[in-house]
Design a protein around this ligand. Structure first.
Ligand SMILES: Nc1ncnc2c1ncn2[C@@H]1O[C@H](COP(=O)(O)OP(=O)(O)OP(=O)(O)O)[C@@H](O)[C@H]1O
Ligand SMILES: [Mg+2]
Length: 333
C-alpha cells in the first residue's frame, strides 16, 4: 500500500561505501526483485528500507513521507529472511499470533487473522504443530504467515527460498506469486540469486552492481534489451555467450552477445564451424558446448533429444535478429 521512493540513498560502514547513491521508484502493489552478485548490497538496501540500518545520506519516502527517522516498527513493513527463525517451543498458531499479541490486538481479531493467513498459505491444518514437526517449506510458509498477519503495506523478502530443496522451492514460489496476486495492494521487494524466481515473480527487476543500480526494467526488457554487457551476462541461464576480438569485429562491435537458444544448426549457411567439446542433457533441452576457436566454447541449446556426440564437427548459425552488439565501453550499439 505504499509507493517507495529512494533519492540518492547512500550507506557507508566507516570508510567503506556499500550503497553509493541509489535512485529508485517502486510503485504501490509492485513486485520488485533485486538481483546482483554477492556483496553488491542487496540485503543492505532491504535493511535500509526496513529501518534495521540507518541511511547515511539521501532520502527514503513512503507515499511522499520521509521515512529515514521513522522507527522500523512504525513503517508498516514485514520482512522474511532466508532462515525462518520460528520460536521452537511455540505452535504454528502461537508463532503466527505472537506479534499481534505483543501489539495487544484483541483475541478474536488475532484468531481470524491467523486463520485467514493460514488458509491463504495452505497451512491451516498445521496450526497445532511445533516447528520441528514441519518440513522446511512449511516452516517458511509459517514465517511468511507470521508476516502477513501484521497486515504490512510493504513486504520485504531476502532470499526466502534458498534453503529449500528444488521441489519445495517451486511450490513455495507459486505460493508467493499467489500471495502477490491476493494482496495486490502490498508492495513487495524480493532479493534472489535464482534466475527463475526473478524472471517469473517480478513485475520489474532491479540489477545492482557494486552499490549502484545498473538497470531497472521488466524481465523481458532486461532479457531482450540489456543496457550493458554486465546485465546481458547476469540475466538468463545459461549465461549469454560473448565473443570478442575478430569474432566481434566482423560484426562491427567490441563484444558480440548471443543467447544459447538463438544459435541453430545449419550446414547451408553457417556463421561458425566448430567441434562439440561437451554436452549436457537436461531431458527437455540439450546444451552443446562448441569450440569455434574463441576464448570459451559457445553454448548452443537444442530442444528435445539430440544425438550429437562429443568430438563431432558441426556448423552453426546465429540468428541475426537476436544478436547483441556492444561497444568498447560495454554499452549496446
Ligand atoms: N555491518 C557491516 N559492516 C561492514 N560491512 C558490511 C556490513 N554489512 C555488510 N557489509 C558489506 O557490505 C557489502 C554488501 O553486503 P550485502 O549483505 O548487502 O550484500 P548482498 O548483495 O546481500 O550479498 P549476498 O548476495 O552475498 O547476500 C558487502 O561487501 C559486505 O561485506
Ligand atoms: Mg544478501
Amino acid at each position: 500500500m505504499a509507493n517507495i521512493k529512494l533519492k540518492n540513498v547512500k550507506k557507508s560502514y566507516g570508510s567503506v561505501d556499500v550503497i553509493k547513491g541509489i535512485d529508485l521508484d517502486i510503485k504501490k502493489g509492485e513486485f520488485m526483485v533485486f538481483v546482483g552478485p554477492s556483496g553488491c548490497g542487496k540485503s543492505t538496501l532491504l535493511r535500509l528500507i526496513s529501518g534495521l540500518e540507518d541511511i547515511t545520506s539521501g532520502d527514503l519516502e513512503f507515499d511522499g513521507e520521509r521515512m529515514n527517522n521513522v522507527l522500523p516498527s512504525k513503517r508498516g513493513i514485514a520482512m522474511v529472511f532466508q532462515s525462518y527463525a520460528l520460536y521452537p517451543h511455540m505452535t504454528v498458531y502461537d508463532n503466527m499470533a505472537f506479534g499481534l499479541k505483543l501489539a495487544k490486538s484483541d483475541a478474536d481479531a488475532i484468531k481470524s487473522r491467523v486463520e485467514e493467513a493460514a488458509k491463504m498459505l495452505q497451512i491451516d491444518h498445521l496450526l497445532d504443530r511445533l516447528p520441528k514437526q514441519l518440513s522446511g517449506g512449511q516452516r517458511q510458509r509459517v514465517a511468511i504467515g507470521r508476516a502477513i498477519v501484521r497486515d504490512p503495506r510493504v513486504f520485504l523478502f531476502d532470499e526466502p527460498l534458498s534453503n529449500l530443496d528444488a521441489a519445495l522451492r517451486v511450490a513455495t514460489r507459486l505460493e508467493i506469486a499467489k500471495l502477490h496476486h491476493d494482496m495486490s495492494d502490498v508492495t513487495m521487494i524480493y532479493v534472489t540469486h535464482d534466475q527463475v524466481e526473478a524472471m517469473t515473480l517480478a513485475d520489474r527487476i532491479c540489477v545492482l552492481r557494486d552499490g549502484l543500480v545498473e538497470q531497472v526494467g521488466t524481465p523481458s526488457e532486461l532479457y531482450e534489451k540489456p543496457n550493458s554487457v554486465f546485465v546481458a551476462g547476469f540475466i538468463g541461464s545459461p549465461k549469454m555467450n560473448f565473443l570478442r576480438g575478430d569474432f566481434a569485429s566482423s560484426f562491427n562491435c567490441a563484444t558480440l552477445g548471443i543467447r544459447s537458444e538463438h544459435i541453430v544448426l545449419d550446414n547451408d549457411n553457417p556463421t561458425w564451424k566448430g567441434k562439440v567439446v561437451h554436452t549436457e542433457d537436461l531431458g527437455s533441452d540439450n546444451y552443446l558446448f562448441v569450440d569455434i576457436g574463441a576464448e570459451e566454447p559457445l553454448i548452443v541449446r537444442q530442444a528435445g533429444k539430440v544425438e550429437i556426440a562429443v568430438g563431432t564437427e558441426i556448423s552453426i548459425r546465429a540468428l541475426d535478429e537476436h544478436l547483441h552488439r556492444f561497444d568498447a565501453n560495454d554499452k549496446p550499439i
